[in-house]
Design a protein around this ligand. Structure first.
Ligand SMILES: [Mg+2]
Length: 425
């Protein structure tokens, strides 16, 4: 019976109904003891009882082009998500929108979680993460791909944390994979002048980093100079250029061989993701491995983009994909296709960083990871901070995300930064 109830709990509500009907039909001839056991298993199924949301802005240090908000707001916006079951178990997650990176904002993520994606999870089995994604897909219809993936990701991460805590297993254990790590971190060089870049590189070295990712575009001359400077200062490091879709196709084709010549190892997001023929031309040119980031949201378009010959690899980030479940599927697709994947992020604060570390560690990433939260953010909400030293991060161990969130710190951060009130669903 144990196996059967486990199997039932992994299915969606619809299939659960069906299997219950099927069971009732077949149970007409079943012994009484069996029926009692099933009724008991059903009664003890844990349900999601309520969800709390906390809108915050993590304070930052250093210049980074993605942190400005409306009406002078500054900081890394995040909606911290807390899912509570009727048994009192808790899972934490985090949605991390950045309006200068994509169209999702702290305000829209909050309202979408509150009124659309959050309510459809109430009453659900927290172990049924596939079913939760199906319910969220029905609650907010997709555009070209998954709707509001960054908002959705906060719930997905909280569900993974909760499932791990309910099972007493870490994420890698739930995935039947080794935990992996520690992971080398990459230092982000986002500079407006070469002088400023020198200072940023020095600061990275001082913190024990020796691998650098540079922000490039739209000025190819500056970009090649920046690449040369970083390569000179870090002759053996992995040098990764991210244009965030900032070149046009002709400029990208002209600059890619020059960046290669300057010592860049990979070129990420040279174009906006809807420049399909431009990506095909860059891949065909072969000057540098072409990685995509923006625009790869669900596993479906990743498969399509691979078929179309648009990319040599992907810079992964669970938040962009709608969470860990679709991100894990994407890594499997990339590996099956024999392509490259790198670990990246959206300047993830502690909770979403723990999720990304678990995913990248479990899939054996050895290249430096562009998770630059520790470089730019000055606050955390954990009882015990993530283990980060000398440019490396340990993969947290323990059930779920392997972290403990201090709710007092969450409330304080909310009060001190956005002044918002806790939202209860
Ligand atoms: Mg990127």
């Amino acid at each position: 019976m144990k196996i059967k109830s486990k199997h039932v709990s992994a299915m969606s509500d619809d299939s659960k109904q069906l299997s219950r009907r099927q069971f009732l039909r077949s149970s007409a001839v079943a012994p009484l003891g069996l029926i009692t056991a099933v009724a008991y298993a059903k009664q003890t199924t844990v349900k999601i009882e309520h969800i709390d949301l906390f809108a915050v802005r993590y304070p930052t240090k250093g210049y980074f082009k993605f942190f400005t908000g409306p009406r002078g707001a500054y900081g890394r916006g995040a909606v911290i998500v807390k899912i509570t079951t009727d048994s009192g178990s808790i899972g934490w997650g985090q949605s991390i929108p950045s309006p200068l990176w994509s169209y999702e904002t702290l305000e829209t993520a909050t309202i979408v979680l509150q009124d659309y994606l959050g309510p459809v999870l109430i009453g659900r089995d927290p172990l049924d993460i596939d079913g939760a994604h199906e319910a969220m897909e029905r609650a907010l219809a997709p555009g070209f791909s998954t709707a509001m993936p960054i908002a959705r990701s906060g719930l997905d991460i909280a569900l993974h944390d909760l499932a791990g805590k309910l099972k007493g297993r870490s994420l890698s254990q739930m995935w039947n994979r080794p935990s992996g790590g520690p992971l080398k971190l990459s230092w982000t060089v986002n500079a407006r002048t070469l002088n400023e870049a020198e200072k940023v590189i020095d600061a990275g070295y001082k913190r024990g980093y020796s691998n650098f990712n540079i922000k490039v575009a739209p000025n190819p001359k500056f970009d090649v100079g920046l690449a040369r400077l970083v390569r000179k200062r870090a002759p053996d490091g992995f040098l990764w250029a991210d244009a965030n879709g900032g070149y046009d196709p002709a400029t990208a084709l002209a600059v890619a061989p020059k960046l290669a010549d300057a010592g860049v190892d990979v070129l990420e997001a040279p174009l906006k993701p809807n420049r399909i023929s431009g990506y095909q031309a860059l891949k065909k040119q072969g000057a540098l491995p072409i990685l995509m980031d923006e625009g790869v949201v669900s596993p479906v378009e990743l498969t399509e983009f691979i078929r179309l010959g648009m990319l040599d690899g992907v810079a992964m980030k669970p938040s962009r994909c709608g969470g860990l479940l679709p991100a894990k599927k994407q890594i499997e697709i990339i590996q099956d296709a024999g392509l490259m994947w790198l670990g990246s992020g959206l300047t993830d604060p502690d909770i979403s960083m723990a999720a990304a570390l678990a995913l990248y560690g479990a899939f054996g990433l050895t290249r430096p990871v562009a998770l630059n939260g520790p470089q730019f953010l000055t606050a955390d909400v954990l009882t015990k901070p993530l283990t980060i030293a000398n440019g490396t991060a340990a993969v947290p161990s323990g059930p779920g995300l392997g972290i403990e969130v201090d709710e007092g710190k969450v409330a304080e951060l909310m009060k001190g930064t956005t002044g918002s009130k806790r939202i209860e669903i």
